[in-house]
Design a protein. Structure first.
Length: 254
């Protein structure tokens, strides 16, 4: 599981994906926003005070799969749905803003009409059948959560950035089939957190790890705050030369 707040991600280990896991991590008093892919285990029952967003890419995916299997693609309803969502993503990508409030206003003005057009189209499909029915049903079920992007400027349109961050752990899992220790899994989660936090703060991961390990071997009474990825000293010695712009519009040092 991967929970991200600006450039401060946290990885944690759990043996299941049950709703109790996220409730235990965030607690039922959590009042901020949860971005997720539509998984039923994460909802208001587990986090009654939270606001939920939903990933538009996961909503689009079933329509894309339908298009791939079509012989006559141009006039298909699934094709039209994909085209309408593509306009949403294109407009979102080209928004210009300085603050979350600016982004919210830009979305309301430029993105919302396009997303409205998508939902108007799929709501007008008469008697969708089979997989198209499932795709439409899923999109409509998550509509209210998707529309939170027009209320919360910081909320991303998709959770792709998070999925890309956990991809290395997914790949290495195939090489760790026989590592059955829970303590080992928890240790992995700690290292994933350190590495991903370093990346999101535009640090050279090797230099950062080398620096903190060497510092630890020299002293047992470290001021840990001085070695966090956003520390000016750390950034001086371990920052990448080329600054990477964060997708959600927040600088690495925020």
């Amino acid at each position: 599981m991967f929970l991200s707040s600006a450039a401060k991600p946290t990885c944690t280990y759990a043996p299941t994906r049950s709703g109790k896991v996220i409730s235990d991590i965030l607690t039922p008093d959590y009042t901020r926003t949860v971005m997720y892919d539509g998984y039923r285990g994460y909802g208001q029952e587990q986090l009654p005070k939270a606001t939920f967003g939903s990933c538009l890419i996961h909503i689009r995916r079933p329509f894309i799969e339908l298009v791939k299997g079509l012989t006559l693609k141009n006039n298909a309803q699934a094709t039209q749905a994909v085209k309408l969502l593509s306009r949403v993503f294109h407009k979102e990508k080209n928004l210009r803003y300085k603050t979350p409030a600016d982004k919210k206003e830009q979305r309301r003005k430029l993105v919302k009409p396009l997303l409205d057009a998508f939902y108007c189209f799929i709501e007008g499909i008469a008697y969708p059948m089979h997989k198209l029915k499932d795709a439409v049903k899923n999109a409509l079920k998550l509509k209210d959560r998707v529309y939170q992007i027009f209320e919360i400027g910081e909320l991303p349109l998709s959770n792709n950035s998070v999925e890309q961050s956990i991809r290395p752990s997914t790949i290495i899992r195939k090489n760790s089939l026989f590592a059955k220790s829970t303590a080992g899994a928890e240790a992995n989660a700690i290292f994933y957190t350190i590495v991903q936090t370093a990346k999101l703060n535009n640090l050279n991961v090797f230099k950062y790890l080398k620096l903190i390990f060497e510092a630890y071997t020299r002293s047992q009474n470290l001021d840990l705050k001085a070695y966090l990825p956003w520390s000016p000293t750390i950034r001086k010695f371990a920052a990448n030369k080329i600054t990477r712009i964060m997708k959600w519009g927040i600088s690495p040092s925020s």
